[in-house]
Design a protein around this ligand. Structure first.
Ligand code: TYM
Length: 331
């Protein structure tokens, strides 16, 4: 395992996961497990930047691990762990915060977006969130980070922090590269296709959950916003709704945009929406069944967390010690 390149990614258990999380990130994770040394984190510490209900958060933490497994991640081949069970994340985050500038953090689009949506709770954690994300990645000497397009800016900041620290103290962190899939990297909302599909959206018709039941999935796709010109053609700017559906179908069926356009040319929107809904149900149904089995056995999920906190902690401690020594702390 040691000489393989390392992959690191994380998902926040801030809501049930959406088709966007699946197509943009999680479905790519199992494809990497043979070739790379992979760590996938349940990023629960990040969720506190927005108010959470404690009981619901606990449930969603298990749900995310269950989904990782249900989507095909093998707990023997990957380190699947819970962020708060590895204290080095919070510790490195403090240090890196002292090497990150206010100006850099204020330029983060996610900060600007979330602070406008939660104007009554613009807390310091929301502002420093990308530093914790940098700590997550840099602790593990990560080579590649599979993410959706919305996380690219955060990853660039993590790179900048790593480069800055390495310049000051000598090689300490590997500088990570993003892995962004061509298709599915930005799945948009079904009702408002100019914004991304998000698990924290208030309008449930905007997203499809990975665990959603088939009837609801079909209904939501049938209601998806399109346009009035009636042509199934990719044009992100003028036809964002139809383009999003083309993108979703292509990602689900592994077809290029042109192939999808060709397959549906001349068909009506209604028939196309049904086909997209059916493709989605077909992909998600087995995942949902496995997810439900796993959620019925919290003891098994706890066991995975416990064991993997130790495995992840061993990697993380090594980097943290090196950082502490480099900045001049007594170990
Ligand atoms: P999060 O939890 O918002 O999303 C998890 C992953 O799903 C991708 N994603 C999408 N992809 C395509 N279309 C969408 N509509 C869509 N919505 C979300 C995200 O890009 C992400 O890859 N800050 C991160 C979690 C995190 C992390 C990390 C990621 C914490 N530490 C370290 C990588 C490495 C986040 O909030 O993702």
């Amino acid at each position: 395992m040691e000489n393989k390149k390392r992959i690191y990614s994380a998902v926040q258990p801030s809501g049930m996961l959406t088709l966007g999380n699946y197509l943009g990130a999680i479905r790519n994770f199992p494809l990497l497990q043979e070739e790379y040394d992979c760590l996938y984190c349940v990023a629960n510490m990040h969720t506190l930047t927005v108010r959470q209900d404690p009981e619901l958060l606990r449930e969603r933490i298990y749900a995310l691990l269950a989904l990782y497994l249900a989507c095909g991640l093998d707990p023997e081949k990957n380190i699947l762990y819970l962020q708060s069970q590895v204290p080095a994340h919070a510790e490195l985050s403090w240090v890196l915060g002292c090497y990150t500038y206010m100006g850099e953090l204020s330029r983060m689009t996610q900060f600007k977006d979330k602070s406008s949506r939660h104007a009554d709770n613009i807390n310091a954690g929301l502002f420093t969130y990308p530093v914790l994300m940098a700590a997550d990645i840099l602790l593990y000497q990560t080579d590649f980070v599979p993410i959706g397009r919305d996380q690219k800016q955060h990853l660039e900041l993590a790179r900048d922090i790593a480069i800055r620290f390495n310049k000051l103290y000598g090689d300490t962190f590997k500088v990570p590269e993003p892995l962004i899939s061509k298709q599915g990297a930005k799945i948009m909302s079904l009702q408002e296709p100019n914004k991304k599909m998000s698990k924290s959206d208030e309008n449930v018709n905007n997203f499809i959950l990975i665990t959603e039941d088939p009837d609801k999935i079909m209904k939501k796709f049938k209601k998806a916003v399109t346009d009035s010109d009636g042509e199934i053609r990719y044009d992100e700017e003028n036809k964002p709704g139809v383009s999003n559906l083309i993108n979703i179908y292509g990602a689900l069926k592994n077809l290029s945009t042109e192939e999808v356009e060709k397959a549906f040319s001349g068909l009506r929107y209604g028939d196309f929406k049904t086909a997209v809904g059916e493709a989605c149900v077909e992909t998600l149904t087995p995942i949902r069944a496995r997810y439900e089995e796993l959620m019925a056995d919290k003891g098994y999920l706890d066991g995975i967390f416990k064991e993997n906190a130790v495995r992840a902690g061993a990697y993380a401690e090594k980097t943290l010690k090196d950082v502490y020594a480099k900045v001049g702390f007594v170990l």
